[in-house]
Design a protein. Structure first.
Length: 404
């Protein structure tokens, strides 16, 4: 297989898997109101179950990343597909807070984590040359955004036409397709043995992890990603609620989520492309800073469907476009060998922020009747995230010399 064909096989397969796992996961906000009405558990309880899911999705990724570094990504993705399908499939029959947390908060989230960024980007990075990794990360990340663009309106159509139970079960069955999509990620016995063997420099996973946590730049990445998680989880979980408070139909929230996904396809690929020639920390600085400005403009604008669509398009460009430069910086700082684990740990911080974004959003609307305080917090955190990326140590990318 030629290098070009290998590149596109790995990248397209990984992007397709992420399209399913992220696309399905990002529809959770559309089910908040139906779950609340059906179970009678209250918006705070439903929000807490989804907040637990944010935390578990993040915690699962370094754990599954370690497993993928040892046994290969294919087995991890297959296990995740079954967890994701089971979790979503049993959700409609969970009528207690414990059951909802087990289904949506643990099984579904862990399954989605096993087929997400750290495993997929890590698998690609180990098999691709350094000059291809940034673009590959951006393209794979765009797959998740494309999934959101497809699954958000699809889920809303299914909910409207057949009810939320049929919609949830249909999405659960769909997630099993990731098993077939993961076939190109299988490794030969020789490659698997090489993956599980100690690296030539003798550094173990434990040694590399300890070294990373002694590096201030790694902690800056964690801090910035925490804010990213807070922002994204709040919007994914509560954007439908914000739309409803503004007196607009549910179709506006579904369309807004789809626009976010579509815009992030462009943003992710652009971030991956820029990362080949620009400092990644500066890409992150401008992304986080633009979010604070976008929210200020949104708060000052009339709340119409056009406002939401424009807001979604602006936010969507940076939505998960932070992933390629963050993963790229981790690989730059520590190499690709343990990228699935080290980047997975930054995603864990991302989802700790996600836990608070989803949970506190529910508390805010329950106590005050609006999400205003969440928007104010988001502006402050986005501004801080922009600044905290500036001290990261990163050399300017070296451009290839032009031929004589």
């Amino acid at each position: 297989m030629t290098a070009r064909r290998t590149f596109w096989t790995l990248v397209l397969s990984s992007a397709a898997i992420l399209a399913v796992t992220m696309g399905v996961r990002q529809t959770a906000g559309l089910f908040v109101s139906p779950l609340n009405s059906s179970t009678g558990l209250g918006i705070v309880t439903v929000s807490f179950a989804l907040a637990v899911g944010q935390f578990v999705w993040g915690a699962a990724q370094p754990l599954f990343g370690m497993l993928a570094d040892r046994v290969g990504s294919f087995r991890v993705i297959v296990a995740g597909a079954f967890l994701l399908a089971i979790g979503m499939g049993i959700t409609p029959w969970m009528d207690s807070s414990f059951g909802l947390i087990m289904a949506m908060g643990i099984l579904t989230a862990a399954g989605a984590g096993a087929g997400s960024f750290s495993i997929l980007i890590g698998a690609a990075a180990q098999r691709l040359p350094a000059d291809k990794r940034s673009f590959a990360s951006g393209f794979i990340n765009a797959g998740g955004s494309f999934g959101q663009f497809i699954f958000a309106p699809l889920a809303q159509v299914l909910i409207t036409a057949f009810g939320w139970v049929v919609a949830m079960v249909t999405l659960a069955v769909t997630t099993l397709s990731t098993i077939l999509l993961a076939l190109p990620l299988r490794q030969s016995k020789a490659a698997a043995a090489a993956t599980s063997a100690p690296p030539p420099d003798g550094m173990t996973l434990g040694q590399q992890t300890r070294l990373a946590f002694k590096d201030p730049s790694y902690w800056c990445l964690h801090a910035g990603f925490f804010t990213c998680g807070f922002h994204i989880a709040f919007l994914v979980t509560h954007l439908p609620g914000e739309v409803a408070l503004c007196g607009l139909p549910a179709s506006v929230s579904a369309a807004s989520l789809a626009i976010i996904g579509l815009a992030n396809i462009v943003g992710s690929i652009s971030a991956g492309w820029l990362g080949q020639t620009k400092r990644m920390k500066m890409i992150l600085f401008w992304m986080y800073g633009s979010r604070a400005v976008a929210i200020l403009i949104y708060l000052a604008s009339p709340k119409t469907d056009v406002t939401f669509y424009l807001f979604a398009a602006i936010l969507g460009f940076t939505w998960l476009s932070t992933v390629p430069p963050t993963a790229g910086l981790v690989a730059k700082l520590f190499g690709p060998r343990y990228l699935a684990t080290l980047f997975g740990l930054t995603l864990f911080s991302h989802q700790i922020g996600g836990f608070f974004g989803a949970w506190l959003g529910g508390i805010a609307v329950d106590q005050t009747g609006s999400y205003n305080w969440m928007w104010y917090a988001d502006i402050v955190l986005a501004s801080l995230a922009a600044l905290i990326n500036l001290p990261i140590r990163e050399d300017k990318p070296q451009l290839a010399a032009a031929p004589a």
